[in-house]
Design a protein around this ligand. Structure first.
Ligand SMILES: [Zn+2]
Length: 170
């Protein structure tokens, strides 16, 4: 079961129940880039559709499961499970739409093609970017000759392959 709420500013709140977990995700478009984050809470499976309220402290989700009634507060980009009963009389109730999209199964963001590029292709103008390299490799900062692009030792003053004078300590 998934419910969504679209805000006027393009932000979208997605609430999904998968097994005994409730996933809450916020996504927004910022200068053409989609940003999203999601948080999972162990609430138990829902007994009924969640309810959404607009309170002074932010948005409040009321989730009724067979375990308990849970409240999840969404304020700014913080998603927080509240342990105490919330006063929700006299607050505006927002209408959640049922949706068939799923945030629990799919990863939130598909792999960007840049992540699949081999390290060789990331070397531009002698600059080496460690994207695509293993984490261990990225941690031990590798130097590359600015002339021919061959790897050089950190302490090398001249490139072993082409003899190019390497700049000093970075
Ligand atoms: Zn060289």
């Amino acid at each position: 079961m998934t419910y969504v709420y679209d805000f006027e500013d393009g932000q979208r709140l997605i609430v999904e129940n998968d097994g005994s977990d409730t996933f809450v995700a916020l996504s927004s478009e910022d200068e053409g880039q989609e940003q999203s984050q999601s948080t999972a809470f162990n609430t138990g499976s829902w007994l009924k559709a969640p309810e959404l309220f607009r309170t002074r402290g932010g948005l409040m989700l009321r989730i009724e499961s067979k375990n308990a009634v849970e409240f999840i507060r969404v304020r700014g980009n913080q998603i927080q499970l509240l342990r105490s009963e919330q006063e929700l009389e006299n607050v505006e109730r927002l209408k959640l739409k049922q949706s068939d999209e799923s945030i629990a199964i799919k990863p939130m963001e598909p792999m960007k093609p840049i992540g699949r590029m081999r390290p060789m292709e990331m070397r531009m103008g002698g600059m080496h970017m460690s994207m695509g390299a293993s984490e261990k490799e990225a941690q031990t900062e590798k130097r590359f000759c600015t002339q021919c692009g061959k790897p050089v030792q950190n302490e090398d003053r001249f490139c072993a392959s082409c003899g190019h004078a390497l700049s000093g300590q970075r």
